[in-house]
Design a binder for this molecule. Structure first.
Ligand code: XIL
Length: 368
């Protein structure tokens, strides 16, 4: 074929593509205004747009796996996290009593629908099982006894889901927000009270022994704050230098309209990745409320726009850093119910609205 006709073909292909993309985007934004019938490719979900990038997950309750929410979940997500039912308190309320049913339901749903599961979480100061570290009078157990309980817990849970849960948030939120760089650990955590920082490498080792193939995460919030970022980095470096099996960092991603900044987000991902660790955003939501003092609970056009801008910004960064980012998980399914909602004050933090329809922010997130 002659060079000129090649160019003509290329130009016409480009023009066709351009028109197709424009129509797609136009229809997409109409849809974002609330009319879901106009969706361009109604079979495509968030996970499909991000197929070549990273997993797209969502935190669920067993109840959300039924009815219309289940359909939304199947369409848009390829990874599940249990919002609550795998935490130590809910899953292991007494020494000889495990509640497997709820956790099993999530794992079974994932398997039936070809989704992955991230385990959340094996060791945390909150929603934990008190019997593991204190006696019936509330006194701390001797260190050896408490650690043996924790080891049994981690071993049992990880073993049960071996091969079905690909990665675990082994340790959650052990680093404090204190602006003093010298104050690193959450000393009020029962596990810190029991064993100081000695339990930290152990929990990773126990999880690794139970499932050597599982990706083991340290998971925390406010990871974009430069002071906290450094504390977490130093802790992880110390663990890695000592040969502790930590493989990834979870940035929870409970964000706001003005937080994090692009600069801080990039800096955190880069800094953790420089340790050779994978990075995931494990609990993404962008709260439109500005904080405790904010009396307004409405989703005003101004807040909507700021949320769109923030979602666009963070997903641009995620895509750019796809070599180190292995998953993005949203914390809850839609604005119908978020853990951030307070009485009379909703957070509107997700990509789907109260009617489970994609919000404008959704169309921006898939536009690339
Ligand atoms: C939250 C759940 O969403 C709520 O339903 C529960 O009442 C409290 O915990 N960081 C975490 C998650 O690691 O486990 C928390 O989930 C949100 C903050």
């Amino acid at each position: 074929m002659k060079k000129t006709s090649l160019i003509t073909r290329a130009v016409s292909l480009f023009a066709t593509g351009f028109i197709f993309v424009s129509v797609t985007v136009l229809l997409g934004s109409c849809n974002g205004l609330g009319n879901s019938s106009g969706e361009v490719d109604s079979t495509k979900g968030l996970k499909d747009y991000y197929e070549d990038y990273f997993l797209i997950g969502v935190a669920v309750s067993p109840r959300s796996l039924e009815g219309e929410q289940a359909e939304l979940i199947k369409k848009h997500f390829n990874s599940l996290t249990a919002e609550n039912v795998m935490k130590p308190g809910p899953i292991h309320p007494e020494k000889d009593n495990y509640n497997w049913a709820d956790a099993d339901k999530i794992v079974e749903f994932a398997q039936a629908n070809g989704m992955k599961v991230r385990g959340h979480t094996l060791c945390w100061h909150s929603q934990t099982a008190q019997w593991m570290y204190q006696d019936s009078l509330g006194n701390l157990l001797p260190k050896e006894e408490a650690l043996a309980n924790l080891k049994d817990h981690i071993t049992d849970v990880v073993t049960r889901y071996k091969g079905k849960i690909y990665g675990w948030d082994v340790l959650n939120e052990i680093v404090v927000d204190d602006p003093d760089p010298a104050k690193v650990y959450r000393e009020t955590s029962p596990w810190y009270k029991v064993a100081g920082k000695e339990f930290i490498p152990l929990v990773f080792q126990w999880a690794h022994e139970a499932d050597p193939d599982a990706v083991l995460f340290y998971n925390d919030y406010n990871t974009e704050n430069p002071v906290k970022r450094d504390k977490i980095y130093n802790m992880l470096k110390e663990l890695l230098d000592a040969g502790v099996p930590v493989h990834a960092v979870g940035l929870q991603g409970h964000w706001k309209l003005n937080d994090p900044t692009e600069e801080n987000l990039r800096a955190s991902i880069d800094k953790f990745a420089s340790l050779g660790l994978d990075v995931q955003v494990t609990e993404l939501d962008i709260n439109v409320n500005l904080g405790r003092e904010d009396p307004d609970s409405t989703f005003t056009p101004e807040r909507e726009q700021k949320q769109i801008d923030q979602y666009k910004m963070v997903f641009n960064v995620f895509r750019e850093k796809k070599d180190v980012i292995t998953g993005i998980t949203f914390w809850n399914v839609s604005d119908r119910g978020s853990w951030l909602d307070r009485r009379g004050k909703k957070a509107y933090p997700l990509l789907f609205d109260e009617n489970l329809q994609p919000k404008k922010a959704y169309w921006e997130v898939i536009k690339f």
